[in-house]
Design a binder for this molecule. Structure first.
Ligand code: ZN
Length: 480
C-alpha cells in the first residue's frame, strides 16, 4: 500500500517529497512497485541541465528517473541539505533509533515531527552491520531517502555506534556520520580480576587523592584504593579516547559529536569512576557530547529494566549531576523498553539525555508479521528457537526458553500477544541476523524476501506500531 500518494505529472508520487529548485521539480514516485526519484524539467529551454548530477534514466520530455542508489543519495544530500544528517547531541533531549531493517524511519518521522527531541534516525553498530549484511552507506541512505520522501526538514543525526577502531571511526565519518560512539571497552580492565596495584603517580595523587569534589548536592572523595582502581581500570581507555579525538575531531575536517561509551564492561561504573574518566578526558582536551556509563542493574535487550529501581535512582542522580556540572549529557544504551526507569531518567537528568534504542524497532516489525502473516511468523519463530544458542554468542540475555509458550497450541489471533512475553522478545530480538540471512538449499533467502515483501505491504501498520511503541518511550521520559 502506498501512503500519502497522489497523481502528479502522470506518476504515483509521494506528495510530501515534491521539491523545486528553479524550474526543476524533484519528487519520489513508485514505478511498477519500485520507488525512484523523478526529476522533471518544467522549462524546456533548461531541459538539458535538469538531472543535477544524478545517475539517471531519461524518460523523455525533460523527465528522468534516478534509482535509489548510494551515488544518488549523495547527490540528494548535496541538493537538499536537510536530507543529510546534522549534529544534534547538544540539544537537551536526543534519541537514537537503530533501524536495522532500513524501513522504520517513516514511522519515526511521524513521531518526531511533533516533538522537540532530536532524533538519530541512522544508528548502527558494526556488530549489527555484520549480522544484517548491511553497510554504513545503506544505513545512512535509508534515512536520507525516508526523510526526502516524507518531507522531514527538522534535522536528524547519524551515529556510528559502538565503534572500537580508527578504521571504523574513519569509515563512518568519511560518509558524513555526525556522531561517533567510541566504545572504549577493549581498553577497560576488568576490575574483578585486578591483582596488582601499581603505585599511583604523584600527578594523580595531587589532583585527586583525598580531595573533595563538590558536585551539586554531592561530594566525591577519592581514597587511595579508589583512585588506584580508577587508574588501573580506566587510564588506557582515556588514552585511547584522546588518541581518536586528536586524530579525527580536532582539525575540523569532520563535523561530528563524540560519545564516550564505557558501558560494555564487566562491572558497574561508580560515580567516582565516571567523574575520573570525564575529568581526565576534559583535562586531555577531549570535547565530548555524552558519556554512557554502565549503570547498576541490567539493561538487557528489548525488555524492561531488571534490578533495584531505588538503587538505580540513587546512582543516576549522582551520574546526572556529574554530567551537568562538567557540561555534557548522560547517554543510556540498550534503552529499548526500559519503561520502569524512563520517568527516573527523565527526572534525574532534568530532561537532558541521550537514549538509544534499536532492537525494539525490529521487534515491532516482527509483531506486524505475527498480525499479518501467522504462517510466516510461525516459521520464523520455530527457526529462531533452533538458533537461539548460536545467537547468544553475540548478545547477553538470560531468557529461559522454557517460558515461551508452545506456538503450536496458540491460535493465530493470539500470536501478536507473544510480544508481551519477555522470553519471546529476547528470542526474536537476538536472532535477527540469523533469521534475515538464513538460506534455502537453492541459495535463496528462507525468510528475508518474504518478510520485506510483507513489510512493504504493511507500511501503515508498521508506522502506527512505531508511533505507539516508541511514543510510549518518549512519553515516559518526559514524565516527571
Ligand atoms: Zn552500549
Amino acid at each position: 500500500m502506498l501512503i500519502k500518494s497522489m497523481q502528479y505529472l502522470g506518476f504515483e508520487a509521494y506528495e510530501k517529497s515534491i521539491n523545486h529548485i528553479d524550474s526543476t521539480v524533484f519528487f519520489m514516485a513508485n514505478i511498477e512497485g519500485k520507488t525512484v526519484i523523478i526529476i522533471a524539467e518544467q522549462d524546456s529551454a533548461a531541459a538539458k541541465t535538469g538531472a543535477a548530477g544524478f545517475t539517471i534514466e531519461n524518460l523523455g520530455s525533460g523527465i528522468s528517473c534516478a534509482e535509489l542508489t548510494h551515488e544518488n543519495a549523495c547527490v540528494l544530500r548535496k541538493l537538499f541539505p536537510w536530507t543529510a544528517p546534522v549534529r544534534g547531541l547538544g540539544k537537551p533531549k536526543s534519541f537514537g533509533l537503530g533501524d536495522r531493517l532500513g524501513i522504520a524511519a517513516p514511522g519515526h518521522i511521524d513521531l518526531f515531527i511533533t516533538n522537540d527531541i532530536f532524533p538519530v534516525f541512522a544508528q548502527q553498530s558494526i556488530r549489527e552491520l555484520t549480522l544484517t549484511n548491511r553497510t554504513y552507506e545503506d544505513v545512512l541512505d535509508a534515512a536520507t531517502f525516508a526523510v526526502f520522501r516524507e518531507g522531514y526538514k527538522k534535522g536528524f543525526g547519524a551515529d556510528g555506534d559502538h565503534l572500537k577502531t580508527e578504521k571504523d571511526v574513519e569509515y563512518a565519518l568519511s560518509l558524513g556520520f555526525t556522531m561517533i560512539t567510541l566504545d572504549c571497552s577493549d581498553y577497560i580492565k576488568n576490575e574483578n580480576v585486578i591483582t596488582d596495584s601499581a603505585p599511583i603517580p604523584s600527578i594523580y595523587k595531587e589532583k585527586y587523592l583525598n580531595k573533595t569534589f563538590s558536585i551539586e548536592d554531592f561530594t566525591l572523595v577519592f581514597s587511595e584504593e579508589e583512585l588506584g582502581k580508577c587508574l588501573t581500570v580506566y587510564a588506557e581507555a582515556v588514552n585511547f579516547a584522546a588518541s581518536i579525538y586528536n586524530k579525527f575531531f580536532t582539525d575540523g575536517k569532520y563535523n561530528a559529536d563524540l560519545e564516550i561509551s564505557i558501558d560494555e564492561t564487566a562491572s558497574v561504573t561508580t560515580p567516582l569512576q565516571h567523574f575520573f574518566v570525564a575529568r581526565e578526558l576534559l583535562d586531555a582536551g577531549v570535547l565530548f557530547a555524552t558519556i554512557a556509563p554502565r549503570f547498576c542493574g541490567e539493561f538487557q535487550k528489548g525488555i524492561d529494566y531488571i534490578g533495584d529501581i531505588t538503587q538505580f535512582e540513587k546512582e543516576i542522580k549522582v551520574h546526572a549531576a556529574i554530567a551537568r556540572s562538567l557540561n555534557y549529557k548522560l547517554s543510556i544504551h540498550s534503552g529499548s523498553d526500559k519503561f520502569s526507569v524512563f520517568p527516573v531518567i527523565g527526572r534525574e537528568t532534568k530532561g537532558q539525555f541521550h537514549v538509544k534504542t534499536a532492537g525494539t524497532n525490529w521487534l515491532e516489525a516482527m509483531r506486524v508479521v505475527a498480525v499479518r502473516d501467522p504462517v510466516l511468523y510461525r516459521e520464523v519463530h520455530s527457526f529462531a528457537l533452533t538458533v537461539f544458542g548460536e545467537a547468544k554468542k553475540y548478545y547477553q540475555v538470560t531468557a529461559d526458553l522454557s517460558n515461551i509458550p508452545d506456538i503450536s497450541e496458540i491460535e493465530d489471533v493470539d500470536l501478536p500477544g507473544l510480544f508481551n512475553n519477555n522470553e519471546t522478545r529476547q528470542l526474536i530480538h537476538i536472532t535477527y541476523g540469523l533469521i534475515l540471512n538464513h538460506k534455502n538449499e537453492n541459495g535463496s533467502f528462507a525468510f528475508k524476501d518474504r518478510l520485506y515483501n510483507l513489510w512493504k505491504q504493511s507500511e501503515t501498520e508498521y508506522r502506527r506500531a512505531l508511533v505507539k511503541h516508541i511514543g510510549r518511550h518518549l512519553e515516559l521520559l518526559s514524565k516527571n
